[in-house]
Design a protein around this ligand. Structure first.
Ligand code: ADP
Ligand code: MG
Length: 478
């Protein structure tokens, strides 16, 4: 394994979040009944003409500006010809020689404290095809053309990645970026964000690229990592056994965790690309680009730096909070109520909340605990209404839907006991009940203090203020 270096380049298809299709007015909403969202243009009826969706162009430029790419002032749509039942026109409108977004780059963080630049070759606009459905009608296939004509941004990377881990970090970074830019919803189950991975190997130190296989059908980051790792090992074994890698497209089978040959490059189509005579070239002015640049939201890198500079968060926590836009939005909403509690909020969001969400398989946007609820909980620890330990109980109750922190503290009688008279009474009882331990403490066995604190806390059902308990106990035991 160590003699070899793997080389990976990704092609990512991000479905642009426009309301209508790239060349027609039909809706792009997901989940409608088959073929109810395919108009005459999407169906490729004779005599219809495509009209370019301005918003799709503007979203592509937004992406280009965010990765520091050259935006081509003049780009052209081309026909990519091939036959398939879910492609009624017999060609897909795409961009070939003059894509709208040229060379750019993005910085990824494959591991804690690691940083790496990945080149982006190009990003171009194209329309999606329809869908063939093979599992609904016995011995027949169905065609759903709702997806035909949905705008896609195909983002092509340079072959700059050298491990599955780097490839996943890159894919996650692009995923995060398109969501920040609000140009794609990033939903991988619904196919709004799809990755193809090109994988080859070469001997370490070699400059020339090896022959690559292209892996398709990958719909999660976990599978992306597994598919690439499987493929690297397959290629190494193949060469070690005296074989050679052939250029081909392979499908990843998640159930068997392996890749299988789909078609070799020899059988691949010649797409006969040519400029689409139905569409004018797209011209973009400097003013268009300046306007889009001015409208960019705060991007993950900037947000992270702001958290580090202004909120004094660690690099690591700032990275965790900003890598997912929804997490950052949650944090900022929680913070808006009580900016002075930032450190505690970070701990709860990255700790208990992240853990609970992970366990339940929920996204933070679907959290049953809303930002303001978390802020209230943290505020009740800060103002000594409850201890940190009781807070965990309140957190669980909020998660179960029992209401706000204040409601739960009230209903369950969890208010911390800070009345020193009441605490003294509890302590006196515990001391009277444990004469042996008192002797031990007085003989110099300091550790016994922990036992007494535990007993008092237990007697108070966790509600006594631990700081006060400690101080009063020390006094009384002496
Ligand atoms: P195609 O259009 O046939 O898919 P491209 O040349 O556009 O081919 O490359 C597609 C992707 O494959 C790019 O992301 C590129 O970085 C990557 N790639 C090209 N050659 C190799 C290679 N030898 N090993 C790994 N990745 C590669
Ligand atoms: Mg390709």
């Amino acid at each position: 394994m160590s003699d070899w270096e793997s080389v990976i380049g990704l092609e990512i298809h991000a479905q642009l979040a426009t309301a209508s299709k790239i060349f027609s007015g039909a809706s792009t909403a997901f989940g409608a009944d088959p073929n109810t969202q395919a108009c005459a243009v999407d169906l490729g009826m004779p005599g219809v003409l495509p009209v370019l969706n301005r918003e799709a162009v503007s979203m592509a430029i937004r992406f280009g500006v965010a990765i520091d790419a050259e935006i081509d002032r003049h780009s052209v749509f081309a026909r990519k010809n091939y036959f398939y039942p879910d492609l009624p026109k017999g060609y897909q409108i795409s961009q070939f020689e003059l894509p709208i977004v040229g060379k750019g780059h993005i910085s990824i963080s494959p591991g804690e404290g690691e940083q790496k630049e990945v080149g982006i070759t190009r990003a171009h606009l194209e329309e999606d095809a329809g869908k063939s459905i093979h599992d609904q009608f016995p011995e027949q296939s169905g065609i759903d053309l709702n997806r035909a004509g949905t705008p896609l941004l195909e983002i092509v990377s340079e072959p700059d990645m050298h491990s599955a881990k780097e490839a996943v970090a890159y894919a996650r970074k692009i995923h995060s970026l398109v969501r920040y830019l609000e140009i794609c919803d990033g939903n991988m189950q619904e196919g709004s964000f799809r990755c193809d991975a090109n994988v080859s190997i070469r001997r370490k130190g070699e400059q020339e690229l090896g022959t690559r296989a292209e892996l398709k059908n990958i719909n999660s980051f976990r599978f992306l990592e597994r598919a690439i790792n499987f493929e690297i090992e397959r290629q190494i074994d193949l060469i070690d056994d005296g074989g050679r890698v052939v250029q081909e497209t392979r499908l990843y089978d998640a159930e068997r965790d392996e890749t299988r040959s789909m078609r070799s490059k020899e059988e691949a189509n010649d797409y006969r690309y040519f400029p689409d005579p139905d569409l004018l070239p797209v011209t973009v002015s400097d003013e268009d680009i300046a306007l889009i640049r001015a409208g960019l939201p705060e991007l993950p890198e900037q947000k992270k730096q702001r958290y580090i500079d202004d909120l004094k968060l660690s690099d690591y926590n700032a990275e965790l909070l900003t890598s997912n836009r929804d997490t950052a939005l949650f944090f900022e909403a929680a913070l808006a109520e009580s900016p002075e509690l930032s450190a505690q909020l970070v701990n709860w969001i990255l700790g208990d909340l992240a853990g609970a969400l992970n366990k339940a398989g929920l996204e933070i946007s679907d959290s049953p605990i809303k930002p303001a609820m978390l802020t209230q909980l943290v505020a009740r620890i800060a103002d000594n209404t409850i201890s940190g330990k009781i807070a965990k109980e309140v957190f669980d109750a909020m998660w179960q839907g029992e209401g706000s922190a204040d409601d739960i503290i009230e209903a369950r009688g969890l208010k911390q006991i800070t009345d020193s008279g009441a605490i003294e009474t509890l302590i006196d009882e515990v001391i009277a009940a444990n004469p042996e331990q008192v002797e031990q403490f007085r003989a110099g066995k300091e550790k016994v203090l922990g036992f007494f604190v535990g007993q008092v806390m237990k007697q108070s059902q966790g509600k006594a203020n631990p700081g006060q308990v400690n101080a009063i106990l020390r006094d009384k035991l002496k």
